[in-house]
Design a protein around this ligand. Structure first.
Ligand code: ZN
Length: 134
């Protein structure tokens, strides 16, 4: 696969408002968007660092995968997202390479982007997201 860049790095947090202040202080920039992603039961906040974004994720319900993640492992690094021009095409190719997918096809993510996740079992315990405009 040829990914152009790391689109974002996802960090699971318990309290988004507190965490936004912390990262604004650390990065010296303002969070440029806060958005609810109903599909994932999360509230997200974005920062831009060069070509890569930092995405803070706060669970909005106990059904949220982020809620389960924090229960199990605590707050912290949750996923790395690579940018692909065509997410469905990338997922198909990655599956063809023998990786296990969580999402067989792209779904709606934050910022109106298409996203799909790989199963961390085939990527050394790291949750990988493919993310792009279509
Ligand atoms: Zn993400």
């Amino acid at each position: 696969m040829n990914f152009s860049h790391i689109e974002h790095i996802g960090i699971a947090v318990k309290n988004l408002d507190y965490s936004v202040k912390q990262y604004e202080k650390l990065l010296g920039i303002k969070c440029y968007a806060i958005e609810k992603v109903e599909d994932q039961n999360v509230r997200t906040a974005f920062f831009k660092v060069g070509n890569t974004k930092i995405e803070l994720l706060e669970p909005t319900s106990k059904n949220s995968p982020i809620y389960k993640f924090i229960e199990k492992r605590g707050e912290g690094l949750h996923h790395i997202a690579f940018h692909a021009d065509d997410v469905n095409n990338a997922l198909m190719k990655i599956s063809g390479l023998g990786f296990n997918l969580i999402d067989k096809s792209a779904k709606e993510g934050a910022e109106g982007l298409r996203i799909g996740f790989l199963h961390p079992k085939s990527t050394n315990g790291v949750l990988i997201e493919i993310c792009g405009e279509k």
